[in-house]
Design a protein around this ligand. Structure first.
Ligand code: 5GP
Length: 116
């Protein structure tokens, strides 16, 4: 395992508002939400710093992140209104925590995105 803030959350070394967890995935609210709903979906056991490190054998893991987010959106009742899933990679992508993760943003019209 690596040594990021997300690993510390997975190991319960620091607190987080955990909204979902299974054998492979943990999800918790972002500490600095960018939308009314902002949840991070993180692989629990596999250390993958960035999308660039993802191996073909780990493809299923990304599917599990997406499926967990969809299930959460349906459970919380905003799936039909809509939501956004985002994965940032490295500097230009805006990545700040180097443990693969996916953002779920929802709860209001999110507008377009891209360069400021
Ligand atoms: P990135 O910019 O790497 O795609 O996303 C990292 C996210 O982690 C940011 O949205 C940031 O607000 C969130 N974050 C950073 N530190 C913590 C923390 O200690 N707890 C939680 N819940 N979120 C964090």
């Amino acid at each position: 395992m690596g040594d990021t803030i997300f690993h510390k959350i997975i190991e319960r070394e620091i607190p987080a508002d955990i909204v979902y967890e299974d054998d492979d995935v943990i999800a918790f609210r972002d500490i600095a939400p960018q939308a009314p709903v902002h949840v991070l979906f993180v692989p629990k056991a596999i250390d993958i710093p960035t999308l660039n490190d993802l191996q073909p054998s780990q493809a299923e893991l990304v599917g599990k992140l997406v499926l967990a987010a969809i299930a959460y959106a349906k459970r919380e009742g905003f799936a039909e209104r809509g939501y956004r899933l985002v994965m940032n990679c490295n500097g230009d992508g805006g990545q700040t925590v180097y443990q693969l993760h996916m953002h779920l943003l929802a709860g209001a019209p999110l507008g377009h995105f891209g360069t400021p």
